[in-house]
Design a protein around this ligand. Structure first.
Ligand code: 13P
Length: 248
């Protein structure tokens, strides 16, 4: 049985004072969450998350990591550094990293492999652009993106990841994939997992991301292969984030 996961992606937002309000709100409102909950925050705020969330059901993590273990890589943050601050998750291959930082499928796969080897759970993002959808390339795009990661991981590592389907045209736009559209892609992602590992298809949560909000979360989360959400904008307000957790 897969446990659902609601993960916030703060992106490059926040400051100490605003984070304190948000984290206190999450901690006090989370109650006995019936799903897993996490926030993925800018690396400088990991210590603040640890201090604010330790002992609560909520976990925390980062939004990127280096493919390298350590060394002369100015500006990079290693898996070990994320673990030093108690991180459980790290997002890899977010479309904003792929498009603004030129991350290839191979780079994303190497980052996922680094994360799993270090003991972090990578949240592997895949998703098509509007142009790709309009040209009928949704399935080929997400297949290529996910398969590159799955082919890079060792068979026994395949159960230690999370997958997130984030149609690029739905991110930060207020446009959400309909539950049926999302379910179709989620079922494909589940099949790709199953082709490599039956165990992974059973336990790996496949999250939906892209303008998930309190008012559309329940219908998306009701679909059989949607195991949670990766939430951008709505994760920055405790009441909205908690409402999505409750919808779960
Ligand atoms: P929004 O929820 O703001 O559309 O962002 C989704 C996202 O990119 C999460 O990683």
């Amino acid at each position: 049985m897969r446990r659902k996961l609601i993960a916030g992606n703060w992106k490059m937002n926040g400051n100490l004072a605003a984070n304190a309000v948000l984290l206190t709100g999450i901690r006090s409102g989370i109650g006995e969450a019936h799903c897993d909950v996490a926030v993925c925050v800018p690396a400088p705020y990991l210590a603040q998350c640890r201090d604010a969330l330790a002992g609560s059901p909520a976990r925390w993590g980062a939004q990127d990591l280096s493919v390298h273990e350590s060394g002369a890589f100015t500006g990079e943050v290693s898996a070990g550094m994320l673990l030093d601050f108690g991180s459980r998750y790290v997002i890899v291959g977010h479309s904003e990293r792929r498009s603004y930082h030129g991350e290839s499928d191979e780079t994303v796969a190497a980052k996922a492999a680094r994360a799993v080897s270090a003991g972090l759970i990578p949240i592997v993002c895949v998703g098509e652009t509007l142009q790709q959808r309009e040209q009928g390339q949704t399935e080929s795009t997400v297949t290529r993106q996910l398969d590159t990661v799955l082919a890079t991981l060792e068979p026994e590592q395949l159960t230690r990841i999370v997958v997130a389907y984030e149609p690029v045209w739905a991110i930060g736009t207020g446009k959400t994939a309909t539950p049926e559209m999302a379910q179709q892609v989620h079922a494909l992602l589940r099949m790709l997992l199953k082709e490599r590992s039956v165990a992974a298809a059973e336990v790996v949560p496949v999250l939906y991301g892209g303008s998930m909000k309190p008012d559309n979360a329940a219908e998306l989360l009701a679909m059989p292969d949607i195991d949670g959400g990766l939430i951008g904008g709505a994760s920055l307000k405790a009441t909205d984030f908690l409402a999505i957790i409750r919808a779960c």
